[in-house]
Design a protein around this ligand. Sequence first.
Ligand code: NAD
Ligand code: UDP
Length: 314
Amino acid sequence: MKTILVTGGAGFIGSHLSESLLTRGDRVICVDNFYSSQRENVSHLLENPNFRLIEHDVTLPMMFECDEIYHLACPASPVYYQHNPVYTVRTNVSGSINVLDLAKKLRIKVLLTSTSEVYGDPEVHPQPETYVGHVNPIGPRACYDEGKRCAETLFFDYHREYNVDIRVARIFNTYGPRMHPDDGRVISNFIMQALQHQPITINGDGSQTRSFQYVDDCVRGLIALMDNADIVGPVNIGNPEEYTIKEMAEIVLKNIPQTQSKIVFTPAVVDDPKQRKPDITLARNILQWSPKVPFENGLKRSIPYYRSFLSNTK
Ligand code: NAD
Ligand code: UDP
């Protein structure tokens, strides 16, 4: 039985990861300051004697006895990470240094959840891990994109300079239950809008693409990477099923047939990547991992979460 520290463990992906680790038989120390999440995400885990919830900001140093660290703490929705951009950079840089210092001191393995955003507005499609990216360093997304790029730099420098055992995952757009209804990301927005008969707000003309991964596949990929001895990364963890945002909106509408919502087009957002799709050859070959949940299936599993959120808030 290992004791595993999960920073950002009360967030959307972190809560599913914590659950999977507990189910596997590990102890979980969940560290979160609820900057972009709600306690309810982990309230069902509080009764479990192997789960500990600690309110702490990772920009401050930390000392917890543990055997492994998954470092997720960082807002992931553009709405949240652009709300206080300097704090987003601080979370990525100071937070990663604090986590890496802990891993160095305890001589334990530490995994970073980096992002496909390190590829920026990619000129290579699909994106392999060898692509170094096309990021605007001074735009409104830079606090997140460059913050994560610097976090990756720190991970690799601690690895080379101090021999810290690292893993770096580059996660592509992930969705599912517990992504907060007001999170601002596209899937939660479209489902909430459709359930409430509100306009479905497409930014720009909707021709930009994303490839959507169900959260269970993501968690399986993160654990496979952490447990694999042969690779430090970076490794893309995503589902190559690619849709334009307009196609995706139509699929959401099809799966909520009672909705009276109609699509509306709102102004395009600055620096919005035009296309995104992971090349997952590396994960397939080295981790023997690939996503299992097709998009429409994952959507069907997600909609009830938002429906019950709405009925509980009535
Ligand atoms: P989320 O916002 O739901 O979770 C992030 C968690 O980190 C939240 O619980 C938040 O309160 C916590 N947090 C933020 N700043 C903190 C700080 N300074 N100290 C302590 N806790 C802090 O987002 P998510 O979608 O679950 O993302 C989790 C991780 O995965 C993030 O690192 C994100 O960059 C990465 N990621 C997610 C996606 C995705 O599509 N969901 C894609 C790429 C990468
Ligand atoms: N998007 C949209 N309407 C929304 C929210 C997002 O059209 O209400 C678009 C957004 O401009 C982007 C895509 O959907 O092109 C994915 O956005 P999200 O914020 O989910 O993720 P990211 O941009 O970080 O990939």
